[in-house]
Design a binder for this molecule. Structure first.
Ligand code: 5GP
Length: 202
């Protein structure tokens, strides 16, 4: 059975990558990797679906057990990608989607360079500010921090394979889906095996 592919979607906080990721999960044959975080749930977030919401002690235990593919600190909270469920899905031929920050993506690239890295950009800085403010969860200080971090993060775009400017949402989603399809149209060992069967049938 061919191995599944690991897709990593990241971009500055507030850029809308969560919405794009959600549509990929609904419409494509791909599973979401649920991260662990020490931050408190936002209204409407569900434990085990959006995140595994854990204590600092539980997070430390996962680190000690080498249970993360990567983990990072963000705005005072910690986030980690549990390793075992991802490897199990990839090994059984399922695609997996990670929605993680840039720092995390760079670390995943070191341990899993075969991943496909997709960067989501805002159409403008003004639009990013508007989207972050619209969430209603930011203080002026945290907004300033998020925007500063966004500019720094964008400088890592050269580490990525693909980039999508999220101006018009449906267009961005269509591009993300096209990337998944394109990555499954590569000339791989499985294709050579298929061609071998043609030869046997000649
Ligand atoms: P939020 O608190 O808004 O859900 O997420 C804040 C940031 O943490 C986002 O950029 C999100 O993509 C990132 N994040 C979520 N899960 C993980 C993870 O497992 N690892 C890393 N490095 N970042 C994550």
């Amino acid at each position: 059975m061919p191995r599944g592919q690991l897709f990593i979607i990241s971009g500055p906080s507030g850029v809308g990558k969560g919405t794009i990721a959600q549509r990929l999960l609904n419409d494509m044959d791909i599973t979401f990797s649920v991260s662990m975080t020490t931050r408190a749930p936002r209204p409407g977030e569900v434990d085990g679906k959006d995140y595994f919401f854990v204590s600092d002690e539980e997070f430390d235990k996962m680190i000690a057990e080498d249970g993360f593919l990567e983990y990072a600190g963000n705005f005072g909270n910690r986030y980690g990608t549990p390793k075992a469920p991802i490897l199990e899905k990839l090994n059984t031929g399922h695609d997996v989607l990670l929605d993680i920050d840039i720092q995390g993506a760079i670390n995943v690239k070191k341990s899993y360079p075969k991943g496909i890295f997709i960067f989501i950009l805002p159409p403008s800085m003004a639009e990013l500010r508007k989207r972050i403010t619209g969430r209603g969860t930011e203080t002026p200080e945290s907004l300033r921090k998020r925007l500063g971090k966004a500019m720094e993060e964008i400088s890592y775009i050269d580490k990525y394979d693909y980039c999508i400017v999220n101006g018009e949402l449906e267009e961005a989603i269509a591009r993300a889906k096209a990337i998944l399809v394109a990555e499954h149209s590569r000339v791989t060992d499985d294709i050579y095996k298929l061609i071998d069967t043609y030869k046997e049938e000649m």
